[in-house]
Design a protein around this ligand. Structure first.
Ligand code: M6R
Length: 613
């Protein structure tokens, strides 16, 4: 949930670190800090609040050090405060540490250290780490060049939970040490300099060559090289991965907010997702997927497991796979899946959807399925992300970096990719009519242009937002595939406008929620599924009768039927309609948030990547 940045080179580290933190702020933003190695030892500067506050700290401009570590925090243990901000120092001020993750046994470790004379300045779990490193360092009687490395290794072996940590120390003034377990960390390889980050976009403007650290790996960085070790300090080799993302795509490109930029990037993101996967007059093509025909025929059940928006994309994936492949699909929330005893065998395919590829619950759910013998497929937007390294197979949405906490282009590209995957399965299995598949492919290829049209609803949604931004509660209704869009539209609204909203399957309304419908309440309905239109219209009439204000998103010609506002999106086949009908709802959430003067990209209490449980 937190973001970490590190630099070792010949330039002044502080500006590079702060700049990197600004790019990582979406991962956490309640406090921030940096530590550098200065001529007279370690310097630590930190404060509560946003990263930009660091610019105002006395002496920040005087830092000359060319090695440093930095952190932007999303509080888990201890409230947001200067004391709890990272970096943390050991009692002798010799080791500075930043940490992303959670140390589950920190209470035991703290008690152990207290018994050994250590004191604590913060309420964080992290502060045990520099003190443990110091403990092992001072106990080690061998005074060789690996003494710090051994101390870091011993300390990390004591930690339970998840961690990506960076360590600098006055004892090794030309090195920086990093370790990783279940929290993301990448090393960017430069020329005479190296970078560390929680994720790739934050350092993409410096390098496109990355080392992807795996669990229980340690790296010792110097200016010219990176030496890798396993947890027993055996040297290991790691390959460089080159990333072809464009650095400018991680910037705002003139848009007021990342979220708006990412909403408008959807046509291109989907072009990239489609890529060469739908060749003309040939079956769909997943070069990166080597499922055998026998395996595809043997699948008796598919799980799609994810969190939040990715889970909503999974619901539309279920519609596509069940309809085209006739294989039952269960969509599950990762945090539930991981703690139940899912019925899985070697004929079960488990698909894990995660934009970031770092979501702790989704990764744990994948590991569980693997341990039960299922075949696992990860769908992520981030090449080299943890989930893709755990899964048997991985495919990528290629939607480009998504920075805003509220997911938009990652969602639509996931729905597109799941549809292409369903077609790919159906073509191998021969389970769907050739004509239907042909139409679906043509509709997928037409999506980028249709999204351009859906984006033209922007001014209508901006106006509508002005009329409802002060509301306290709202309802979203839909049937069939439109219920998925209702869920996602409702989540977008909650996340960035802080308006309470509920999404219901329209037919469920009369089983309870209709009791909440009263004069003046806003009910937003999605209506794209031909065979269900009339049913949903009846539900809308039920709320109109009770005084609700209504907005309908549809791709059908509807009689006005006393509906207050009808927003038209381009028509497409039912399986793809969520990709178009969500666009006005993304825009609505965005404009309501702006009307309320809120921070669209960094909503309160949320973080982009939920790397803790
Ligand atoms: O990176 P992931 O796709 O695994 O993230 C899953 C959810 O945390 C994420 O979709 C979350 O719900 C977003 N904030 C939604 O906008």
């Amino acid at each position: 949930m937190c973001g970490i940045i590190g630099y070792i080179g010949t330039k002044k580290a502080a500006p590079i670190l702060i700049n990197g933190l600004l790019r990582l702020e979406y991962r956490g933003y309640d406090s921030a800090g940096i530590a550098t190695i200065e001529k007279n030892g370690l310097s630590v500067m930190k404060d509560k609040g946003r990263v930009k506050n660091l610019y105002n700290l006395d002496g920040i401009d005087d830092l000359e050090g060319t090695i440093g570590i930095a952190h932007t925090r999303w509080a888990t243990h201890g409230k947001p405060s200067k004391e709890n901000a990272h970096p943390h120092l050991d009692n002798s001020n010799s080791f500075a540490v930043v940490h992303n993750g959670i140390i589950e046994n920190y209470n035991d470790l703290r008690n152990f250290l207290v018994k050994n004379g250590y004191t604590f300045r913060s309420q964080t779990d992290t502060e045990v780490i520099p003190n443990l490193i110091h403990y092992y360092y001072s106990k080690d009687k061998v005074d060789d060049k690996n003494k710090v490395l051994r101390a870091v290794q011993h300390a990390c072996k004591d930690l339970k939970g998840s961690f990506a940590i960076q360590v600098i120390t006055k004892y090794l003034p030309d090195n920086l040490i990093v370790v990783r377990k279940d929290s993301p960390l990448v090393i960017g390889k430069g020329d005479g300099e190296n970078y560390i980050s929680s994720d790739i976009p934050a350092i993409l403007s410096f390098t496109k060559d990355f080392y992807l650290l795996d669990n229980y790996e340690i790296a010792v960085l110097s200016r010219d090289q990176v030496v890798f070790y396993d947890f027993d300090l055996n040297k290991i080799n790691k390959k460089v991965t080159s990333i072809d993302w464009n650095a400018t795509s991680a910037d705002k490109d003139g848009y007021e907010d990342y979220m708006l930029k990412e909403i408008y990037e959807q046509p291109n993101a989907i072009r990239e997702t489609i890529g060469s996967r739908i060749p003309e007059n040939e079956p769909c093509n997943f070069e990166d997927l080597s499922f055998t025909k026998e395996f595809l025929f043997s699948i008796n059940k598919i799980y799609i497991v994810a969190c939040g928006t990715a889970m909503h994309a999974g619901l539309s994936g279920k519609c596509a796979i069940e309809h085209l492949c006739n294989i039952p699909v269960i969509v599950d929330v990762a945090s539930e899946f991981r703690y139940r005893n899912p019925i899985i065998d070697k004929n079960t395919l488990c698909i894990y959807l995660s934009q970031s590829g770092e979501t702790a619950d989704t990764i744990a759910a994948l590991k569980l399925a693997k341990s039960k013998g299922a075949t696992t497929l990860a769908i992520s937007n981030v090449i080299g992300s943890s989930i893709t390294r755990e899964a048997d197979y991985s495919i990528f949405t290629h939607a480009g970096p998504e920075i805003a906490v509220a997911s938009t282009k990652a969602y639509t590209s996931q729905v597109v990719l799941l549809n292409i995957l369903a077609i790919y399965f159906a073509e191998v299995l021969g389970s769907a009519p050739v004509e239907e598949i042909k139409d679906l492919k043509n509709e997928i290829l037409a999506l980028p242009e249709k999204i351009e049209s859906a984006l033209k609803t922007s001014s209508q949604m901006k106006e509508y937002a002005k009329s409802i931004y002060q509301e306290k509660d709202m309802f979203f209704l839909g049937r069939g595939i439109d219920y998925n869009t209702a869920l996602e539209g409702s989540l977008k609204l909650k996340e960035i406008s802080y308006i309470h909203s509920e999404a219901y399957a329209a037919g469920e309304l009369k089983h309870g929620p209709i009791a909440l419908i009263e004069s003046g309440i806003t009910v937003i309905s999605i209506l794209t599924d031909e065979k269900l239109v009339e049913k949903t219209i009846s539900n809308i009439q039920e709320v109109i009768t009770r005084g609700a204000k209504t907005l309908v998103i549809t791709n059908k010609e509807l009689p006005s039927n006393n509906i207050d506002v009808i927003i038209n999106v381009p028509d497409t086949c039912t399986l793809l309609s969520p990709i178009l009908s969500i666009v006005p709802l993304q825009l609505l959430a965005y404009y309501i948030s702006k009307e309320k003067g809120l921070d669209v990209d960094k909503p309160r209490n949320l973080a982009k990547s939920v790397t803790v449980e």
